[in-house]
Design a protein around this ligand. Structure first.
Ligand SMILES: C[S@@+](CC[C@H](N)C(=O)[O-])C[C@H]1O[C@@H](n2cnc3c(N)ncnc32)[C@H](O)[C@@H]1O
Length: 239
């Protein structure tokens, strides 16, 4: 693995940051973001708990927190946190723990900074493929619709594995697709900057998780999402 992104990766990442900075400035992506959250699996009482500005900025594809227990002083990382909805929900349920929200679009992180009063959230602008943290920092890693945007998904997966403590849990909601993507996506030179252009097959997603060293790799909650599918991948770093 080379340590530096290629020129192509740098350009794609700059375009992704630009796109999400514009989205942050516009106040969000969906007109009915609360409906999108319900469809993605967020219970109504969780949605009710969120500031409207965060709801409006939702751009996830699932609910990685569904069915997860949060315990005591756990350290939770939210990779590609965007406006920080999942970080907010964790922070409110884990008062003795710590949430590290990571996103390389600083404008997205600042939506959360303006709206979140929880003291147990740290926001870091960084690339999820090259994280400036020591090994074995985290008990739980969440990612909601961000791995699909990674230009080197194996690298992002390896970083998640490196950062988890032995026995630590991974819960990713992401987009997958079997077979060829529609032509309008394949032929769009900027497709990778949308969440659809970087979509991989479910088998490949499972394969890179296993190759990074994860065990108990499990996929669930398949549902249609635009012309692809959204899915939840859970896994564990071996003890
Ligand atoms: C589709 S949005 C999802 C945001 C949030 N997780 C949610 O559920 O609303 C993807 C986010 O991932 C961030 N992102 C994409 N690639 C990234 C990378 N390589 N490193 C860090 N953040 C990245 C984008 O800036 C964007 O905020």
């Amino acid at each position: 693995m080379t340590n530096k992104p290629s020129l192509w990766e740098k350009q794609i990442k700059a375009q992704i940051r630009h796109r999400y900075a514009q989205q942050a400035a516009a106040g969000g992506l969906h007109e009915n973001a609360a409906d999108s959250m319900r469809n993605a699996g967020y219970p109504q009482d969780w949605i009710d708990q969120l500031p409207d500005t965060l709801i409006a900025a939702f751009s996830g594809c699932g609910c990685p927190l569904a069915n997860l227990k949060l315990i005591g002083e756990e350290v939770v990382m939210d990779l590609g946190a965007g406006a920080g909805i999942d970080s907010f929900l964790v922070a409110s349920r884990l008062p003795a723990g710590m949430v590290i929200s990571v996103d390389f679009t600083a404008e997205m992180l600042s939506i959360a900074a303006k709206k979140t009063t929880y003291q147990n959230v740290i926001r870091i602008a960084a690339d999820i493929e090259r994280l400036p943290f020591p090994d074995k920092l985290s008990d739980l890693i969440l990612a909601n619709a961000s791995f699909t945007l990674a230009t080197d998904k194996s690298r992002a997966m390896a970083e998640a594995h490196r950062l988890l403590k032995p026995g630590g849990r991974l819960a990713i909601c992401d987009l997958v697709h079997d077979g060829d993507l529609p032509h309008d996506i394949i032929e769009d030179p900027l497709a990778h900057t949308t969440s659809l252009g970087g979509v991989i097959s479910p088998r490949y997603l499972q394969k890179i998780a296993a190759a990074a060293g994860f065990q108990d790799v499990h996929m669930s909650n398949y549902r249609p999402f635009s012309c692809v599918s959204a899915v939840t991948l859970t896994a564990r770093r071996p003890l």
